[in-house]
Design a protein around this ligand. Structure first.
Ligand code: CA
Length: 233
């Protein structure tokens, strides 16, 4: 079961950016722009992690954090505070209120995702595996190593990211635009054909001779990691 994340953030563009990227990582995401709504949402279904904006209309993020920490049933839910305040004093205040981590806006999405992963790994090692496996294919996130059976598969950093992204949600179809956003990042302008080129190279490195191709092309849409890869036919 994938980890669930509650996003408490009142800025629409950030809500969209966070939801999109967290879902792409395979998390289940709920969102609210109101501090008041956070408590009932947490009680209704306890999230594995909360991304909590400091500045919210009405009840502030710091207050929400305090409330969560004050109740035994929500005391242990990990919280990452999102804030525009970068001063050391504020940082200390945020952490002393009980937040587990603190990230200053504007933040980089990969950095935020890495922090999320670190915290989830700490509380539930299975929720964020270091190793992704399918059939005879193994991807190790810590050592950045990919193996097919006994053979080392040499991949460029981009190809590694591409494979990691596809592999963590087997069967899920990603459009070229989605892959560009998450693998290359939104700030870089690259043509959608770049995705095809890299998928082509990735395939070449992954499959030799008669080895089956783990990547499925979905005509007119994009690519998926074949969920039947490695399973007996
Ligand atoms: Ca805000």
């Amino acid at each position: 079961m994938s980890a669930s994340i509650l996003v408490v953030e009142d800025e629409d563009p950030l809500q969209i950016l966070l939801t999109y990227n967290l879902q792409a990582e395979g998390y289940r995401v709920r969102v609210t722009g109101q501090g008041e709504e956070a408590m009932p949402m947490v009680t209704e279904e306890r999230p594995d992690l909360i991304l909590l904006d400091w500045m919210l209309p009405g009840i502030s993020g710091i207050e929400v954090c305090r409330l969560l920490r004050a109740r035994p049933e929500t005391r242990d839910v990990p919280i990452i505070m999102l804030t525009a305040r970068s001063e050391e004093a504020e940082r200390v205040r945020g952490l002393s209120t009980g937040a587990d981590d603190y990230i200053v806006k504007p933040f980089s999405v990969p950095e935020l995702l890495a922090r999320v992963r670190t915290i989830l790994r700490r509380i539930n090692p299975d929720a964020v595996a270091d190793t992704l496996r399918a059939g005879d294919l193994t991807l190790d996130r810590r050592t950045r190593r990919v193996m097919r059976g006994p053979r080392d598969v040499a991949l460029s950093p981009t190809e590694f990211k591409l494979l990691e992204h596809l592999m963590q949600n087997p069967g899920r179809v990603y459009s070229r635009a989605q892959l560009l956003d998450t693998v290359w990042g939104r700030d870089i302008y690259v043509d959608e054909r770049t995705v095809d080129v890299h998928v082509g190279r990735l395939r070449k490195s992954l499959s030799r001779g008669r080895e089956t191709d783990p990547i499925r092309t979905v005509r007119g849409i994009g690519y998926a990691f074949d969920e039947r890869f490695g399973r007996p036919v």
